[in-house]
Design a protein around this ligand. Structure first.
Ligand SMILES: Nc1ncnc2c1ncn2[C@@H]1O[C@H](COP(=O)(O)OP(=O)(O)OP(=O)(O)O)[C@@H](O)[C@H]1O
Ligand SMILES: [Mg+2]
Length: 237
């Protein structure tokens, strides 16, 4: 496994009008690493995923994929080289079957990848393969979204809030699966409110608040950090 970062982003700024949703956020990620991205509502977590996946262009800063500057690449081109994501609110093709949804991602993604059957097995949705996506509940839609990302052959997988709605047992299964993906060399950024879930995955986190990174390091250290505590207790700036 290479020691070069598979992903590096530097001083990312994303503005909506004059509002800075991201204000100089930076990190690097190696193959097989899991980075947790945590912080209160509206702190910029999804926006960062949107910028890395190419849904939004940053107003400043640089994104490197395997050393290549992809800052201005469109989303579909990033998806094809293996930068894939799930959505906080999944938007499957509701009138297509679950298998068809995953097959589309497989067709357009990078190879090698899990084929649709393998991806559905992996997330535990094989039993529902022929159902229409609109028949799924919101938790299952999140798992379908994950299956689609896996079938696209990710080298970098950006997961935006998978844990909400999953029970303790389901969370454990998903956490084990996510770790398996990392062991296969996929680099993951996991956005999550559920710190217990993050703790099962990784000890490396970025804590965001108001578009800024306020902490980067281990989850254990984050828990001791006064600025982080203040933000989580609602008394911080
Ligand atoms: N397309 C947009 N247009 C305008 N403002 C936006 C847009 N997307 C995000 N924002 C704003 O940017 C800030 C960061 O939003 P973002 O969705 O990244 O937060 P988040 O950390 O993912 O929050 P949550 O935990 O609630 O999902 C918020 O104030 C949000 O209202
Ligand atoms: Mg979000």
């Amino acid at each position: 496994m290479s020691h070069e970062p598979v992903l590096a982003f530097e001083d990312i700024v994303k503005k909506f009008g004059t509002f800075r949703a991201l204000d100089k956020v930076s990190a690097t990620l190696k193959a097989g690493e899991i980075l947790g991205l945590v912080g209160p509502n509206g702190s910029g977590k999804t926006t960062l995923i949107n910028v890395i996946s190419g849904l939004y262009n940053p107003d400043a800063g640089k994104i490197l994929f395997q050393g290549l500057d992809i800052t201005r690449w469109p989303m579909h081109k990033r998806a094809r080289v293996g930068i894939n994501r799930t959505f906080q609110i999944p938007k499957p093709f509701k009138s297509l079957s679950i298998t068809e949804n995953v097959a589309l991602a497989y067709h357009y993604g990078s190879k090698p990848a899990m084929n649709p059957r393998q991806a559905l097995d992996f997330v535990g949705l094989s039993h529902a393969a022929s159902q229409l996506a609109l028949q799924l509940n919101s938790t299952q839609q999140k798992l379908l979204d994950l299956a689609r990302a896996l079938a696209a052959g990710p080298k970098i997988l950006l997961i935006d809030e998978l844990a909400a709605g999953l029970n303790h047992q389901e969370l454990k299964v998903i956490a084990d699966h996510v770790q398996l993906l990392a062991q296969q060399g996929i680099a993951l950024i996991v956005v999550e409110h559920h710190l217990g879930f993050v703790n099962q995955l990784t000890n490396r986190v970025i804590v965001m608040n108001a578009g800024k990174e306020i902490f980067q390091g281990s989850l254990d250290q984050a828990a001791q950090d006064p600025v982080v505590s203040a933000v989580y207790l609602g008394t911080g700036s």
